[in-house]
Each structure stands twice: as structure tokens, then as C-alpha cells.
Design a protein around this ligand. Structure first.
Ligand code: KG4
Ligand code: ZN
Length: 361
């Protein structure tokens, strides 16, 4: 028997190129967040998209169609549950690629109708945001929840978004900055392409950057240093498209420079801008915790630099485990769980639809 306030959520995520499902059990009335993941399945399409050097939406959608049923049924099996044991069905409804979102959303609506379960349409960015709150092991999770002290400065850096969010508490957040052009992850992917590295470029660039010897360019002069766009602007917006152009120009002007050195200089520039702006926001908003999430949060240099800066200011730093930085359904289950705790009322399936440009407020 489970207590009345214990709820089981089945979450589905198909916003880009990962088909994912997860089951979470959590108490929505407990004083402190109290939850556990009963399963998590992620079917990645990376190998398919590597061939085309990026995600082709229609190809992604067709693969979601192929994968969704086995992924969801495996998640239920791993949780040792049947659909009838689930309380709510959470699904990523946006933002994302519309043709990908539709597959997950319509599948989830079908389950909702068939099993007569209410739904929790969930924002993908909110999922990334909350992913920093849920660690893997129980001990780790408890530690993390304890170190969540408001206000939080949340940095969400993914393939589609770069955002700084101030969270006054679980319910109140405000986006204080975002990208005016390319997202951080997109910049990693595009620069990787310029360097002839496969998709997705982020992990490739960081691996290569570790091999940098930082020799000066062959024609002499200083070590490579790329511009830090908008670093001293008063606002908290970012721009990475000019940085990508600088890298492109540098490669054509210095074709003999080691790729690893270019990768390192690029990574340094991105990390420098992200960290400097985040720490300025921490000061201005008197934040007690910094959370880092989204695919680019898997970048070691960014994680360690932000962690060091937080330590210097004696504030908390939380970041998801590496495998929970990129898209998964645990983060969607977690966001749905926190929303339930904060009074969200689940809805009928006819109220749910894919919204590719759903912004968090
Ligand atoms: O969050 P995510 O899985 O998907 C979106 O919601 O966009 O993020 C994917 C992005 C890709 O651009 C990928 O290159 C980047 O995250 N990424 C990284 C690293 N691992 C993944 N960027 C930098 N360093 C990494 N280690
Ligand atoms: Zn994502």
C-alpha cells in the first residue's frame, strides 16, 4: 500500500532526438522533496544523426515512432508496474522540434485515454532545470536537496537554449538572460563541424581540448584567444554566433594550427562568458545556490570552473550526473513531481498539445 500523497508518474520525452521514458515515485505532500526513480530508459538516435552531421527533424520523428512503444513498455517493466498502477502521465510538450514532440505527446494522450489517467504536460527546459535537483544514489540525492537554498541562479545550457534563471523558490522563477542568436550547445556543434568533428560536437570538442598544448600560432604571436561576446554587457544575454565566425576565420587564416588548440581556445571563451555572467547575476540577485544543467552541463571545464567560483563565494553548486545532463525522461518526471508538490492540477488529455516554442516564465 502506498500513502495517499505518494504518486507514481510515468514521464515521456521526445523533444529532439532521444526517445525516453521514466517512472518516478514520490511523496507530493512531504515537508522535503522525497522521490525515487523506479526506471529510466533512453534510446539515443545519435548514431543515425551522425551520418547526416545533425538532426533532420523528420528522421528523428520517424525514429521516435519506431522507438516509443518499446521504450515506454521497458520503463514500465523495469519499474515492475503496469499502466494501471501509474497515477499520472507526464509528457514533454515543448519547446522542441514539433514533429518530434508530436510523437511523444500523441502517444501519451493515447495512454491517458486508454488507461483513464490524467496528464502533466511538462516544459523541457523546466525538466533540465530540475534535473540538477535529482542525483543518482539516494545519499547523493539527499545531499543535493539539502544544498538547494534559495534564491537559486539556474544556468540552463543546451543545444537549443542558453538561459539564466533566478529562482526565488520552487514556484517563482524569472528568466534574466538568454541567447540572442546561437545557443551554447549549438555553437559547440557548429564549431565542431568547422573542425571536421562528428555530431554531436560538444563532447568531441571537450575531448579534443584536453589534448591542447597551447602553442602559439605558426606565424608567431600570442596564444589563440577568441573574443568573449557580450561579456561586459550590463544585461545577462549571450551571443555565440560571432565567436563561431571568429573560429571560422581563424581556421582559414591559420590552417596549420593544431585542432586541439583551437578547440581549447573556443571552449575557454564559451566557459569564460558563461561563468563571468553567471557569477555577476549571483552577486546582483544574492543567490545562495548555483545550478547548472542542460547538455552543455556535461562539459567538464564548465562544471569545474563554475564549481570553483561558487566555492570562492561559499555558495552551493549543484549539477546533474553526467548522463542526466543530456535529454532524458527522469528530468521530465522530476519537473512534473515538483510541479505537483507546488499545486499543479493534472489535466485531461484533450487539454494537452505540442507547443514547440513554449517558454518558461
Ligand atoms: O540538452 P540536450 O541533450 O538537448 C537539447 O535540449 O538541446 O543538449 C545537447 C547539446 C548538444 O549541442 C551537445 O553538443 C551539447 O549539448 N553537449 C556538450 C557536451 N555534451 C553535450 N557541449 C559541451 N561539452 C560537452 N561535454
Ligand atoms: Zn534538452
Amino acid at each position: 500500500m502506498k500513502a495517499n500523497s505518494t504518486k507514481i508518474i510515468l514521464a515521456i520525452e521526445t523533444s529532439c532526438d532521444e526517445t525516453a521514458a521514466s517512472v518516478l515515485r514520490g511523496d507530493i505532500k512531504s515537508k522535503n522533496p522525497n522521490f525515487e526513480f523506479l526506471s529510466s530508459v533512453v534510446k539515443s538516435q545519435i548514431e543515425i544523426h551522425k551520418k547526416s552531421g545533425g538532426v533532420i527533424p523528420e528522421v528523428a520523428a520517424r525514429n521516435h515512432v519506431k522507438n516509443i512503444l518499446p521504450v515506454v513498455s521497458t520503463a514500465l517493466k523495469q519499474a515492475k508496474l503496469k499502466l494501471e498502477n501509474i497515477d499520472y502521465i507526464a509528457v514533454t510538450s515543448g519547446p522542441g522540434l514539433v514533429v518530434s514532440l508530436i510523437v511523444g505527446v500523441e502517444f501519451a494522450k493515447g495512454l491517458s485515454l486508454a488507461a483513464n489517467k490524467q496528464m502533466i504536460p511538462t516544459n523541457h527546459m523546466e525538466g533540465h532545470l530540475y534535473s540538477a535537483f535529482g542525483g543518482a544514489s539516494r545519499k547523493d540525492k539527499v545531499e543535493r536537496i539539502k544544498s538547494v537554498q534559495f534564491p537559486i541562479l539556474a544556468m540552463i545550457v543546451s543545444g537549443g537554449h542558453t538561459m539564466l534563471v533566478v529562482m526565488k523558490d520552487y514556484k517563482h522563477y524569472k528568466v534574466i538572460g538568454s541567447t540572442v542568436d546561437d545557443a551554447a550547445g549549438e555553437a559547440f556543434d557548429k564549431v565542431a563541424k568547422l573542425l571536421g568533428l562528428p555530431y554531436p560536437g560538444g563532447p568531441e570538442i571537450s575531448k579534443l581540448a584536453e589534448k591542447a598544448t597551447l602553442t602559439p600560432p605558426p606565424a608567431g604571436g600570442r596564444r589563440i584567444e577568441f573574443p568573449r561576446p557580450m561579456i561586459y554587457h550590463k544585461n545577462y544575454d549571450f551571443s555565440f554566433s560571432g565567436l563561431k565566425t571568429s573560429v571560422r576565420n581563424f581556421i582559414s587564416n591559420h590552417p596549420k594550427t593544431k585542432k586541439a588548440d583551437i578547440a581549447r581556445a573556443f571552449e575557454d571563451a564559451v566557459v569564460d562568458v558563461l561563468v563571468k555572467k553567471a557569477m555577476r547575476a549571483v552577486d546582483e540577485h544574492k543567490c545562495k545556490t548555483v545550478s547548472l544543467s542542460g547538455g552543455v552541463a556535461a562539459n567538464k571545464k564548465l562544471r569545474t570552473t563554475l564549481a570553483k567560483n561558487c566555492k570562492l563565494k561559499t555558495i552551493n553548486f549543484i549539477v546533474p550526473d553526467f548522463e542526466l545532463c543530456t535529454d532524458n525522461a527522469q528530468m521530465i518526471a522530476l519537473a512534473a513531481y515538483f510541479n505537483l508538490r507546488n499545486g499543479y492540477k493534472p489535466v485531461n488529455y484533450n487539454k494537452v498539445k505540442a507547443d514547440p516554442s513554449w517558454e518558461i516564465e
